[in-house]
Design a protein around this ligand. Structure first.
Ligand SMILES: *Cc1c(COP(=O)(O)O)cnc(C)c1O
Length: 549
């Protein structure tokens, strides 16, 4: 551990100073503030050096568990943070980092976030948030409108009604999904006669009262892991999330879904919710939502759509129809911190029926009194920041047509990337983009020819062997690329219908960063070709197999 050379002193005066006085513009923190407000991207480019790759090396900088007995000067500490933390963080805004869902942010977000933190409002109750409460309700109304497109008088009636809510603002898609399924559970197992409802009597009494053998959630095998967390927390257990097979386009097979519903009904197991995915995390595909809504209606179960990633597509008049049927969902999750370019910590769950939240209402005497407009009475989280302000500002500053442009650009960039992968001799496109995600892998031309032969002759053994080595090569390239640090593509393992449903390791890209250019995409493929040649085992092995045959 490096010990700072000089120490501040903990005195009442010093403490008063840190609460009241800003750092001077010439101080280290003052200079950082200027730099990030004038040119955030430049600051990130200059300061993120990512020189250490192994997390265990970085851990050595964060090894001391003792709380300091000696205060540090702000400037000294800032040097420490720049050196140990900022330099080794991930450049999520970089145009050549196309492996994750975290992107560059608009410049106005930074000062706005500072204002939000400065105001330090707590949305749990009106007392500590005042105008932020109606603002958040309006944001929920706007997002509800994006999905359900109700008439103006619907919003005039419900948006600010104390006993109703059009949704809940939360920290992200996980909490949004939990909230949606919480509502579904409490609504299904509500009070009846002498039974006080699951929220008071618990799952065992509820199942006994209603005579169900169990509760399950049905979702395609591409469902996000947050659904399993939800099932765990809601007491029905992770194994009660039943994965329904997908078709060759990674969309849920509705025939299999309906079949499962029939079978469960015969066993007296109740389907708590059918979950449609609008933009799967791995491949970005959208389930046939309209058809799923029909099935949910037939079996009278809650229909939830997890549009954490893809929900923002609704801003685009051109591509909105990909999500057709979403307006029939009882609840919808959308992450503003994904394709709405708001910083992390902004998710919403929306409810078709404004009285849905009555089933999860909680009251306390000192706050959240009945009849108050406190948002905390129906949110899972208690104290919450004023993140809704950032969504509100983005909706106004970017506007619907602006978001449409961003969404359209992303989808069309993904289509462009797919086309250059397709045309390239040494790459194979695995999943075509429906939204702005796609998967692919490096397959040298000779090996592609051999794979094609295997398919023709039905030589599944050799095909499996090739795919195994190709998977290792993909992993090798992906890791090397991340270590070199110029660009980043993620990897995942998915079943590929073209190869008989074999699970394969593939590159995964998300093209949501507006700063990513076509030339960035060409560079990434070129770099991957070079990195492949560094492989001393897998590539020669593959080429040998291709030559022998
Ligand atoms: C990102 C994502 C989630 C989880 O959202 P968090 O904001 O990470 O909690 C859930 N479902 C889907 C489809 C997602 O893409």
């Amino acid at each position: 551990m490096i010990t700072p050379k000089r120490f501040a002193r903990a005195t009442p005066e010093a403490l008063h100073r840190i609460f009241t006085l800003a750092e001077s513009p010439e101080s280290t923190l003052g200079r950082i503030e200027q730099e990030i407000s004038q040119n955030l991207l430049g600051f990130l480019n200059n300061h993120i050096v990512a020189s250490k790759n192994a997390l265990t090396d970085i851990e050595q900088d964060f090894i001391c568990p003792r709380i300091p007995e000696q205060p540090e000067f702000v400037s000294d500490h800032m040097h420490h943070l720049l050196d140990k933390l900022v330099s080794q963080s991930v450049h999520t805004a970089s145009p050549s980092f196309i492996g994750h869902m975290t992107s560059a942010l608009p410049a106005f977000i930074l000062p706005l976030s500072k204002l939000m933190v400065g105001l330090n409002q707590n949305l749990v109750k009106v007392e500590t948030s005042k105008a932020f409460t109606p603002l958040e309700r309006q944001v929920l109304g706007m997002m509800h409108n994006l999905v359900y497109q109700e008439k103006d008088d619907f919003y005039q009636t419900w948006m600010h009604s104390a006993q109703h809510s059009l949704g809940a603002f939360c920290s992200g898609g996980t909490v949004a999904n939990i909230t949606a399924l919480w509502v579904a559970r409490n609504k299904l197992l509500k009070s009846q006669g002498s039974f006080k409802g699951i929220s008071r009597s618990g799952l065992y009494s509820a199942l006994t009262h209603y005579g169900y053998q169990g509760l399950v959630i049905l979702v395609s095998e591409r469902g996000h892991y947050s659904l399993k967390k939800s099932a765990d927390i809601l007491g029905i257990g992770q194994d009660s999330v039943i994965a329904i097979e997908t078709d060759e386009n990674n969309k849920i097979d509705c025939q299999k879904l309906a079949e499962k519903c029939r079978q469960l009904q015969a066993e007296n197991i109740k389907v708590l919710a059918i979950v449609g995915i609008a933009g799967t995390t791995e491949t970005g595909n959208v389930d046939p939502l309209d058809e799923m809504a029909d099935i949910a209606k037939e079996y009278q179960c809650h229909f939830h759509v997890d549009a954490a990633w893809g929900g923002a597509t609704l801003f685009s008049n051109k591509y909105r129809s990909i999500l057709a049927g979403i307006e029939r969902a009882d609840s919808v999750t959308i992450d503003a911190h994904k394709q709405m370019y708001v910083p992390m910590g902004a998710g919403v769950v929306l409810f078709k029926d404004p009285s849905s939240v009555a089933d999860i209402e909680h009251h306390a005497e000192y706050i959240l009194r009945k009849g108050s407009k406190d948002l905390g009475s129906h949110t899972l989280e208690g104290s919450r920041p004023g993140m809704a302000m950032l969504v509100y500002a983005s909706l106004h500053i970017i506007s619907r047509p602006g978001y449409e442009m961003l969404i359209n650009q992303s989808i069309e960039k993904a289509e462009y990337f797919a086309s250059i992968i397709d045309q390239h001799d040494d790459f194979e496109l695995i999943t075509k983009p429906e939204l702005c995600l796609l998967t692919y892998r490096y397959v040298p031309k000779l090996v592609q020819a051999l794979l094609a032969d295997c398919q023709l002759s039905g030589d599944e053994e050799q095909q499996a062997e090739l795919n195994l080595i190709l998977g290792k090569l993909t992993k090798f390239i992906q890791k090397r690329q991340r270590e070199v640090g110029r660009s980043f593509v993620s990897r995942t393992r998915i079943k590929v219908a073209r190869y008989g449903g074999e699970k394969m390791i593939v590159f995964r890209v998300v093209l949501a960063n507006p700063l990513t250019s076509k030339s960035n995409l060409h560079d990434i493929l070129a770099e991957q070709c070079l990195l492949a040649k560094e492989s001393e085992t897998f590539l020669p092995q593959l080429l040998n197999m291709a030559k022998i045959s």
